[in-house]
Each structure stands twice: as C-alpha cells, then as structure tokens.
Design a protein around this ligand. Structure first.
Ligand code: GBH
Length: 439
C-alpha cells in the first residue's frame, strides 16, 4: 500500500485496458422520454420504504441529456474505455415485440461519440432494468423472459455491431436473482428462494441464447458475461464455519461459474437447495456453457463466514456500505479462478470501487480513501497478472456519483462528484489521481 502511490499504467502488460463504468438506470434519468417504458426499478422505487431516501432514477445524473459533456469528461480522464449499459425498456418498450428506433439512436450516439473521442465502448445489455411489462408475467421466473432477452440483445447488436469493443450479456446475475427475488432488497423485491433459483437459471439461459445473436451481428466484438464474485472465507477453523463458508461460496460464486464454465450446477449446493432447485430442461446447460471471449468480474469485497452468517473480522476497515476493504481478496480470487476453471477465458475487472462520504471544499473534493482503495486494488490485480492470470482490463466503479439502488443518492461511488441540485460535475481527487496514473 505504501508504494501504491507510485504505481502507473506502465506497470501493467501492454494493451491492458483502463476504464470507468456506469449503468443506465443509475445515471440516465429521462425515464419517460423517446418511448421508454417503465422498468421494474421505476415500479420498485414508487413503493414506499424500498429506497432509503425515497428517491428514484427518474432524473439521476440527467445523463440522457448531458451525454456529450459526460463523454468529454470521460475523455478528459484519459481512460481507454467506457463501460455503460443499454436500457431494455428504451429499445423494446413492450419487453418482447417491436424495436423502438429512438431508443437505439441514443446508444448509437453514445457509441459514436466515444469512438470520436478515442474511447472504446463496452456495452452491458442487462444491468437490472427489466421492462415492467415482463415482470407482470413473472419476470425472470418466466422462461419466456430468456427468449425475450435474446431478441432484445439481437436488436442492440444489429444496430451497434462491431463498433462496440465488447458486449456483456448480464451484469451480476446473483443480484438480479438472489438479491431481487430472495432477499428482496432489489426489484422486484420478493422473498422466495425457489423463485430466485428459477430466475438465476433463466438469466443464465438468456445469456446462452443471446451469445449467438451477438456473434451473428457483431462477429468482431468480444462477447461474454459479468459476474459479481468474491472469496467466501471461513471465520475460523471450526468445522461448522468451514461448512458455512463452503455453502456461501456455492451460492455466491459457483452457482454461476460452474454452469457457465463447466456445464453443470455445483452438486453440493444443488443438494442444499433441495426442492427449491430450478427447472432445468434438456439442453439448457449446453446452451449456458457457450464459450465466452471474456469473463467480467465485479470485485468489491470478500465474505468472512461463520455458522451464524457473515462476520466482520476484528480490526477490519470498511467503506460507507459497510463492506470490508480487502484488496488481497482480488488477488486470491483471480488465482482461484485460474486454478479451478480450466475453461476460464481472459478476465476483465468490470467493476471495482467504493462508497465514501467525500469532503467537498469549494471546487475540490477530497477523497483520499477512494484513491487508496483504487491504488491498492490495482496493485493486488497487478500481482495476479504477474502470477500468470490472464487479466486484460480494469474498470473503476463509477465514473460519477449516481443512483445507488436501494440506497438512493446517499452513497457516492463516483470518481467524479455530482451536485444533484445543479447537475454540476467536479473531478474528485481520486479522478485526478486516476488521470495521473493513466498519463
Ligand atoms: C454493483 O453491485 C453493481 O453492479 C452496481 O450497479 C452498483 O452500483 C455497485 O455494485 C455498488 O453497489 O456484503 O461485504 O460481502 C455490487 C453488489 C456488492 C453484492 C458486494 C454483494 C457483497 C459485499 N455486490 N456484496 S459483502
């Protein structure tokens, strides 16, 4: 950590891609414009008590209108790449049916605007904003949603084609299944484990069905998927803690990695879930095991697990989300993926970052803890590449402060500060640090 300040991009392999990331619902606003239909997040935010500050993404960072200045900001950071997501309800407002050309126009402007500035576009097709009309028919618990997703993905890939450097089908299917249908913290907010496992299966099926569509329309683009992963470590060497950690790893990591990279669900976790196991049809796992050009990994923290649940290790420092700051977990995770999955494709870290309450004074925003977080995680990632893990890029989460889901606007992940009253953007010290790192 002491040396991290001296780290520069030249320490990384040639061609390593550095970027920043966002997602549609968290930044765009313009919820009712140009034919966009409501997503499950518009519906969820309207329900009292779901979002801690009672807010929604209806305006967010107003990026839909301010996209040109935002692209200038991205270019000014000196990044190679920008990861954004496409809102399904803009492109296919009925969920499954006619394409809305005005929706695609926006993402085409973004794509061309990035290319004109020398920044690679990296597109995520699903970052949680499912058209609400599909939720009325069960959302991801309905197998038809997987087919609808493949059709929508084809429409995006057809329009944007090879101009996009990479297409990721899904962002973090653990969140869009477990957090959304079992824990109830994300839209649609139900509490039903069988529903969550059914949703997870249909999300993975949607990935398997969308991949050939993307390849057909954008044969020169990279195509893959983004998972949220983290080591799940035992709180002690007591057998009951070791077992609990193994179970947490099964649900959080292997439930997604194993079908994608081995063509099977993990047997131990399958046995654990009993009658809640998902409805897998013949041929599904062959579709899900489709080869990927890359695996996107979002890394925020590890879990330390005891028989009673997750614990915070003594002396741990945490972010404003309460998540432990543990850069070593990123090295450990990379080495573990390489060791356990012979079919592992090249990796991109598609998200890594932290929420901190930053101190603004005049036109400066001091966020030394974010700089420390980013630099120590980059060092940890560098260690993994030096140990032979094929990592091709790193995207900081996030370009700018934005709508942090159930936490509303009270948690700030940005390298760029957003004054929501004026929509003014200010580079935080961490953005200036990243800029210098990239020079
Ligand atoms: C990402 O989700 C999202 O892709 C992005 O939209 C969001 O803004 C960003 O993160 C910040 O939240 O309880 O300590 O073990 C990340 C979701 C965060 C879920 C870490 C699992 C486990 C941390 N993941 N969490 S801990």
């Amino acid at each position: 950590a002491a040396r991290a300040a001296a780290l520069t991009r030249r320490d990384f392999p040639a061609g390593f891609v550095f970027g920043v990331a966002t997602s549609s619902y968290q930044i765009e606003g313009a919820a009712h414009e140009d034919g966009r239909s409501p997503s499950i997040w518009d519906v969820f935010c309207a329900q009292p008590g779901r979002i801690s500050d009672g807010s929604s993404g209806a305006v967010a960072c107003d990026h839909y209108h301010r996209w040109e200045q935002d692209l200038d900001l991205i270019a000014a950071l000196g990044v190679d790449a920008y990861r954004f997501s496409v809102a399904w309800p803009r492109v296919v407002p009925t969920g499954r049916g006619p394409v809305n050309p005005a929706g695609l126009d926006f993402y085409e402007r973004l794509t061309d605007g990035l290319l004109a500035r020398g920044v690679q576009p990296h597109v995520t097709l699903y970052h949680w904003d499912l058209p609400a009309t599909l939720q009325d028919q069960g959302g991801w618990t309905n197998r038809d949603t997987a087919y609808a997703f493949a059709e929508y993905s084809a429409a995006v890939a057809e329009r944007l084609g090879n101009r996009v450097a990479s297409y990721a089908t899904l962002n973090e299917p653990w969140c869009s299944s477990v957090l959304s249908y079992e824990i109830g913290e994300h839209a649609p907010g139900t509490r039903d484990r069988a529903a969550a496992l059914s949703a997870a299966h249909h999300l993975l099926l949607g990935h398997g069905l969308a991949m050939p569509e993307i390849r057909r329309h954008a044969p020169q683009s990279q195509a893959g998927i983004v998972l949220n992963l983290g080591p799940q470590e035992s709180a002690s060497d007591r057998p009951e803690d070791i077992l609990a950690a193994r179970q947490a790893d099964g649900r959080f990591n292997r439930w997604f990695l194993d079908p994608l990279l081995r063509g099977e669900y993990p047997a131990d976790t399958w046995a654990d879930v009993g009658a809640d196991a998902p409805p897998v049809q013949d041929g599904d796992l062959e579709l899900i095991r489709v080869p990927n050009d890359f695996l996107g990994v979002n890394y925020y923290s590890r879990g330390v697990i005891g028989a009673q649940g997750g614990v915070l290790p003594e002396g741990a420092s945490v972010t404003d989300m309460g998540w432990e700051i543990h850069p070593q977990g990123l090295t450990d995770l990379m080495l573990r993926l390489k060791a356990d999955y012979p079919a592992l494709p090249p990796i991109y870290i598609t998200e890594n970052g932290a929420a901190f309450a930053d101190e603004r004074s005049g036109d400066r925003v001091h966020d030394p803890r974010r700089t420390e977080f980013l630099s120590t995680h980059l060092s940890a990632l560098l260690q993994a590449t030096q140990a032979g893990v094929d990592v091709r890029g790193y995207f900081a989460w996030s370009l700018m402060d934005n709508f942090e889901w159930a936490h509303g606007y009270q948690k700030r992940f940005g390298l760029v500060y957003v004054d929501y009253a004026t929509q003014e953007r200010l580079l935080k010290d961490s953005a200036l640090w990243y800029q210098a790192f990239l020079k």
